[in-house]
Design a protein around this ligand. Structure first.
Ligand SMILES: C[S@@+](CC[C@H](N)C(=O)[O-])C[C@H]1O[C@@H](n2cnc3c(N)ncnc32)[C@H](O)[C@@H]1O
Length: 313
């Protein structure tokens, strides 16, 4: 069974070969000297001009046809290519899954500064992470980002008044892509890596936006860093006074009360009044808040939102 070294701060886990793969690899390795011997039936290097010519032709055939050389074809110990490919595919799937869980855990258990550094040093990890995330979401009854897209369509599509939406921790920026052609729903997307034309690379604890300039701030499963409260403070700064809305979707298992009711009750301490709470979905809870003035400094909330950690396999 593949094991992951979960040490934080260490490099992503190295691939370990399972027994079945090792056995097959050993068989192939053992087969190699046989192949060389077959080039010369006496098991020696070709010595005569004719033997050398035959070996050359055999090697040329192997290169040009991408087939085993006549000498190799004789070897009955060659591993079955088809089943090895299947095995390799299975191994790759497991390895990608392990990398996804490693990145995910890192994002949930460190400050966003660390997340910025992680993706700056290895931008490829963003694609690995999102491939894993896409795979995970496939098994969910509904993707919360689609619910937010539906809300925007239902409430603002027919209105002519412009609405300025920011998608904070946007992933692949599905919301912006959906409303690309819309004249009045304007979406700005922020994430750690600018993986496509919609995304501005930015730490969402420090947004390149004016105070009081945004109508709706969305955090769809993106309150990830241990400093997630600073993401909410930043959303409070950029939202319009009195009318600015905060939409949040989070996985139920993250909440200390496993539903999110406590989260809704605590957020007024950060200047957000809860206006809607949808608990019906099995996997996640949806919240809507409206910005309220903060009369004093935002208070630190109790530990109401846990990291989302996968079970060790
Ligand atoms: C679980 S994914 C959800 C993506 C998207 N909102 C969706 O629902 O499809 C969370 C996203 O938040 C981003 N994220 C986490 N911390 C961030 C930070 N400090 N600044 C910007 N993006 C961040 C991650 O890079 C990731 O793309």
């Amino acid at each position: 069974m593949f094991q992951v070294n979960w040490d934080l701060g260490s490099a992503p886990p190295k691939r370990q070969e399972p027994k079945e793969y090792k056995k097959r690899k050993n068989q192939t390795e053992k087969a190699k000297p046989e192949l060389i011997k077959n080039k010369d039936s006496k098991g020696q290097e070709p010595s005569t001009k004719k033997q050398k010519q035959e070996q050359k032709e055999s090697e040329k055939f192997a290169i040009e046809s991408k087939q085993p050389s006549p000498a190799q074809q004789g070897d009955k110990k060659l591993a079955n290519e088809d089943s090895l490919t299947m095995l390799q595919k299975k191994m790759k799937g497991k390895l990608d899954g392990a990398k996804f869980r490693w990145i995910n855990e890192r994002l949930y258990t460190t400050e966003s500064e660390d997340a910025v550094k992680l993706f700056r040093d290895s931008p490829d990890m963003f694609e690995v992470y999102h491939a894993g995330f896409r795979h995970q979401i496939e098994n969910w009854p509904e993707n919360p980002v689609d619910v937010f897209i539906r809300f925007l369509k239902e409430r603002y599509d027919k209105k002519k008044r412009p609405v300025n939406v920011v998608d904070l921790g946007c992933g692949e920026a599905k919301i912006a892509a959906t409303f690309e052609a819309s004249k009045h729903i304007q979406v700005q997307s922020f994430d750690l890596v600018s993986a496509n034309k919609f995304i501005v690379a930015s730490d969402i604890s420090n947004l390149p936006l004016e105070d009081g300039s945004v109508d709706i701030a969305i955090f769809c499963l993106s309150l990830m860093g241990t400093n997630w409260q600073s993401f909410l403070q930043e959303a409070h700064r950029v939202l319009k006074p009195q009318t600015g809305q905060l939409w949040v979707a989070e996985i139920k298992s993250r909440f200390s009360d496993k539903s999110g009711k406590v989260f809704a009750q605590e957020l007024p301490k950060m200047g957000f009044e809860n206006t809607s709470l949808a608990l019906g979905n099995k996997m996640f809870t949806l919240f809507e808040f409206v910005k309220r003035p903060l009369l004093e400094k935002p208070q630190t909330l109790p530990p109401i939102l846990n990291a989302c950690i996968y079970k060790r396999r």
